[in-house]
Design a binder for this molecule. Structure first.
Ligand code: NAD
Ligand code: IPM
Ligand code: MN
Length: 352
C-alpha cells in the first residue's frame, strides 16, 4: 500500500507531520510512505510546482496525502508556475473528478459554529464537488478589447459525460446516506447549469430510491446558514462547490476541521485511487507558528484508509479518536482554545 506524502507549503508540513504520526501509530502492515515535493516547495527546488518526479510518484502510489499549496511570494509568477497549479494538475492528470467534502458537527463544538448551536448541531451533510471541469479548466487568458482595455476571460463549460459521471457518484453517495440529493446550479442564468440540471434529471431515472431536488446556488448559500440541517447530499460544480464548502466549514466551527477525498475511476489492488486533502489552504498568516489545526489533515488520512484501502474500521477509529479529543478540549485558536498543532496531534494519538 504505497502512499505519497506531499506536505506542500505554509502549514502543509506542520499538519502533515501530525497525520503521519497518526498513520504510523496504527502500525498497518504493508504500508509504505513516500515523500515528495509539491507547490512552492517544489518550484524552489525544481522550478515547477508539479515536477515530473512528483507526478511519477503520484502515478506510482495507490493513494496521495496532500497538505496544501500556495505561497504569497509566488502570486506574481506566470500562472502555470504558481503553487496552486500543483493541486489542479494532480486532479486533472489523475482524473480525480469527484471531490467528497463531508461536514458534520462534532459533539461539544456546537457553540463554535458561526451559527446558533441548535442550528449547527443538526449539520451532517456531504458536498460532492465536480473537480475536473467548469470555469477552472476552460480556455482562459488576457486580451485587449477593440477600445484598448485589458480584458480577462475564463470559459465556463461542462459536457454531458462530465456531468453524468459526477451525477452517478452523487446518487450513489446519497443512496448510502439518507437518499436525499440536492443539485446546486445557476440554471436560471447559465447554459452550463441548464445542461447540468438536465443531466441530473436523466440520471435520476437510474436511482428511484433517491429524491432529487434542485436549488440555485445563491439560495443554497442562504439555506446553508439558515437551515443547514435540511441538507444531506449536495452535488455541484467545481466553482460553486469550492465556495459552498468553505462556507459549510464555518457552519461546523472551523475550516481546520474539513477533510476531503478526490476520487476518479482508477482502481488499485486495494480500492479506489485517490488524493486526500483538507479543504483549506496553506494559511500563510499562521504558517510556521505551530498554530494550525491538524484535524482536517488527520481526517483526510482516515478518508484515505476508507476509500483507497478498504480499511473502514481503522478509518472509523481515527474519526472516533478525533471526536473524542475535540470533545475533551483539544482545540486551537480557531476553536477558541490555546493548543498548538503538535498538542492537538498528541491528544488525538492519546485517544487513539
Ligand atoms: P486558507 O484556507 O489557507 O486560509 C483561510 C483562513 O483560514 C486563514 O485565516 C487561515 O489562517 C485559516 N486556516 C486555514 N486552515 C487552517 C487550519 N488548519 N487551522 C487554523 N486556521 C486555518 O485560504 P487563503 O488564505 O485564501 O489561501 C492561502 C493560500 O492557500 C493561497 O495561496 C491559496 O491559493 C491556497 N489554497 C490552497 C488549497 C489547497 O492546497 N488545496 C486550498 C485553498 C487555498
Ligand atoms: C480547494 C482550493 C483549490 C480550488 C485552489 C487552491 C486551486 O481552494 O481545494 O478548495 O479552488 O479547488
Ligand atoms: Mn477552496
Amino acid at each position: 500500500m504505497k502512499i505519497a506524502i506531499l506536505p506542500g507549503d505554509g502549514i502543509g508540513p506542520e499538519i502533515m507531520a501530525e497525520a503521519v504520526r497518526v498513520l504510523r501509530a496504527l502500525d498497518l502492515p504493508g504500508v509504505e510512505l513516500h515523500d515528495g515535493l509539491v507547490g512552492a516547495a517544489a518550484w524552489r527546488v525544481h522550478g515547477h510546482p508539479l515536477p515530473p518526479e512528483t507526478l511519477a510518484l503520484m502515478h506510482a502510489c495507490d493513494a496521495i496525502l496532500f497538505g496544501a499549496v500556495g505561497d504569497p511570494a509566488c502570486d506574481g509568477l506566470e500562472r502555470h508556475l504558481r503553487p496552486e497549479q500543483a493541486v489542479l494538475g494532480m486532479r486533472k492528470e489523475l482524473g480525480l473528478f469527484a471531490n467528497l467534502r463531508p461536514a458534520k458537527v462534532f459533539p461539544g463544538l456546537e457553540a463554535h459554529s458561526s451559527l446558533r448551536p441548535e442550528v449547527a448541531g443538526a449539520i451532517d451533510l456531504m458536498i460532492v464537488r465536480e473537480l475536473n471541469g467548469d470555469v477552472y479548466f476552460g480556455e482562459k487568458g488576457m486580451r485587449t478589447t477593440s477600445d484598448g482595455q485589458r480584458e480577462g476571460y475564463d470559459i465556463m463549460s461542462y459536457n454531458e459525460s462530465e456531468v453524468r459521471r459526477i451525477a452517478h457518484v452523487a446518487f450513489r453517495t446519497a443512496l448510502g446516506r439518507s437518499g436525499r440529493l440536492c443539485s446546486v446550479d445557476k440554471a436560471n442564468v447559465l447554459e452550463t447549469s441548464q445542461l447540468w440540471r438536465d443531466v441530473m434529471i436523466e440520471v435520476a431515472a437510474d436511482y428511484p430510491d433517491v429524491t432529487l431536488e434542485h436549488m440555485y446556488v445563491d439560495n443554497a448559500a442562504m439555506q446553508l446558514v439558515r437551515a443547514p440541517g435540511k441538507f444531506d447530499t449536495i452535488v455541484t460544480g467545481n466553482l460553486f462547490g469550492d465556495i459552498l464548502s468553505d462556507q459549510a466549514s464555518m457552519c461546523v466551527g472551523s475550516i481546520g476541521l474539513l477533510a476531503s477525498a478526490s476520487l476518479g475511476a482508477e482502481q488499485t489492488a486495494f480500492g479506489t485511487k485517490g488524493a486526500y486533502e483538507p479543504i483549506h489552504g496553506s494559511a500563510p498568516d499562521i504558517a510556521g507558528k505551530g498554530l494550525a489545526n491538524p484535524v482536517a489533515m488527520i481526517l483526510s488520512a482516515a478518508m484515505m484508509l476508507r476509500h483507497s484501502f478498504g480499511l473502514e474500521a481503522e478509518a472509523a477509529r481515527i474519526e472516533a479518536a478525533v471526536a473524542s479529543a475535540l470533545n475533551a478540549g483539544a482545540r486551537g485558536a480557531d476553536l477558541g482554545g490555546n493548543m498548538g498543532t503538535v498538542a492537538i496531534g498528541n491528544a488525538v494519538l492519546a485517544a487513539l
